[in-house]
Design a protein around this ligand. Structure first.
Ligand SMILES: [Zn+2]
Length: 457
């Protein structure tokens, strides 16, 4: 009896070892194929240079939808569909301007500041000039609330430099971009200037969404480059400094956007759906190369490679270009809503929306058992740079799927040191993306999709 048990265990170990070997060989094929034939970089060149910024509602959005649909169709998946959703249509409406007025050596002087209006913010429409009051955080705002009326509140909140992972700094500071305008409007501020969500060494301002509280005045809001932020802080400390802000943002009527979805039908469990994707929209002030052109072209690359290698998935795999992540999340919500209406079974979702840099790991929201199963693949994945398996996180666009069905989800986590140097800023361009780093991300994602497809979770 004891011998039989030992025999069975060793047979199991042998079978396990041979399927591990088979997996290693296939994933090596994926890697070899992408590193030698991958088109993701050229796709990204087209998306960023020929189309460029593609905020929801813009002409770029329409062009990007058409382009990604035709590229995916050309790869001959089992089907390509558009999933319509209504998206907000915010426009910047013109050049965002800010000028500081200050006294230096008893002489009145002025200096142009490098600013960009925050997404979803309403413009001043004409120059709005007021004294500036600087605050270090919300506690500081509360302490100074009686001094705020009529002034421009300057949130000079630094990215915490002590965090090694820069997404922690972002999570820490982004509340000031998101709700700083309304918090200041509550005390009568006329506008806000927000220190950019970055610890870059240049002066490029970084935009991003804000959300106004409906009950409070919707005041203009801009982000300021870090060098100008430091300069402004010094001027404010030296005495009264006024700034004139002139922005033009407004909402046009909601319009139709689309998730673009390609599908490979599962051969054994066609009802079990695996989603992999990125978001097709980007801010209007940049090419959206890392955010999130990279995630889109990586997703397309996985489809391309699976087709090229003749891979027949067991489960159905959907390759999704999500609409409107940046200022509404309408695409991600629509995807989950329709899945629910159709009673679909979503077994796993993976997103790449943290830049096209060297892959380091995956952020995983799943049950402990599912997390352990993913982590058990580390010996295979580590060959491609994947060593970190962090509990929590995933992706904004697949979040609704996770919340609706408790679908386990993961997000590709590349090296984060340079991401916030360019996130939502004019330097998020094609030139900032390295071809091999981009492809390595796609390889890691493809490997994880393959393993989940083969073994389930
Ligand atoms: Zn993004």
């Amino acid at each position: 009896m004891k011998n039989l048990a030992l025999f069975l265990i060793s047979m199991f170990a042998l079978a396990n070892a041979s399927s591990q070997k088979e997996d290693s060989i296939f994933i090596r094929k994926i890697s070899d194929h992408m590193l030698t034939n991958g088109q993701a970089y050229e796709d990204l060149r087209y998306l960023t240079k020929k189309i460029g910024g593609r905020l929801a509602g813009s002409k770029g959005m329409v062009l990007a939808e058409n382009w990604s649909e035709s590229v995916m169709k050309s790869l001959n998946p089992d089907r390509v569909v558009r999933q319509q959703c209504m998206v907000p249509h915010w426009v910047r409406g013109g050049n965002d301007l800010a000028t500081a007025y200050f006294v230096s050596g008893k002489k009145s002087q002025s200096k142009k500041l490098d600013v960009v209006a925050l997404g979803n913010s309403l413009g001043s429409m004409k120059p709005l000039k007021a004294d500036v009051i600087e605050v270090k955080n919300y506690d500081d705002l509360e302490a100074k609330k009686d001094l705020v009326k009529g002034k421009i509140v300057f949130y000079n909140v630094h990215f915490n430099e002590k965090f090694v992972g820069t997404f922690n700094s972002y999570r820490d500071a982004v509340q000031y971009r998101g709700s700083g305008a309304s918090r200041a409007a509550k005390y009568g501020a006329s506008a806000v200037i927000v220190r950019s969500m970055s610890h870059s060494t240049d002066n490029n301002p970084h935009t991003g969404s804000l959300r106004y509280a409906d009950s409070l005045p919707k005041i203009p809001a801009v982000a300021i480059g870090l060098m100008d932020a430091d300069w402004l802080s010094t001027q404010v400390a030296n005495g009264n400094t006024a700034v004139s802000v002139h922005t033009h943002g407004k909402f046009l009527p909601d319009t139709i956007g689309n998730n673009i979805i390609a599908e490979l039908k599962g051969s054994e469990f066609p009802d079990e759906i695996i989603t992999v994707g990125g978001h097709l929209d980007s801010w209007d002030n940049c090419e959206g190369a890392h955010d999130d052109g990279a995630g889109c072209v990586q997703t397309i690359e996985i489809l391309r490679t699976f087709k090229a290698l003749g891979y027949q998935p067991k489960r159905t795999i959907r390759f999704v270009m999500f609409a409107n992540e940046e200022n509404g999340l309408k695409g991600g919500n629509k995807y989950a809503d329709e899945a629910k209406a159709k009673n679909e079974k979503h077994v796993f979702a993976l997103e790449s929306d943290a830049g096209g840099f060297t892959p380091r790991g995956f952020d995983i929201t799943a049950s402990p058992a599912q997390y352990d199963k993913i982590k058990s693949w580390k010996p295979i994945l580590s060959d491609y740079g994947i060593n970190d398996f962090t509990a929590g996180g995933g992706g904004a666009d697949i979040g609704p799927l996770n919340r609706t069905f408790n679908t386990p989800m993961a997000g590709l986590r590349p090296d984060s040191q340079r991401y916030f140097d360019l996130h939502h800023a004019r330097n998020d361009t094609f030139e900032a993306v390295n071809k091999r780093e981009l492809l390595l991300g796609a390889i890691s994602m493809a490997a994880l999709v393959y393993l989940v497809d083969k073994y389930g979770l």
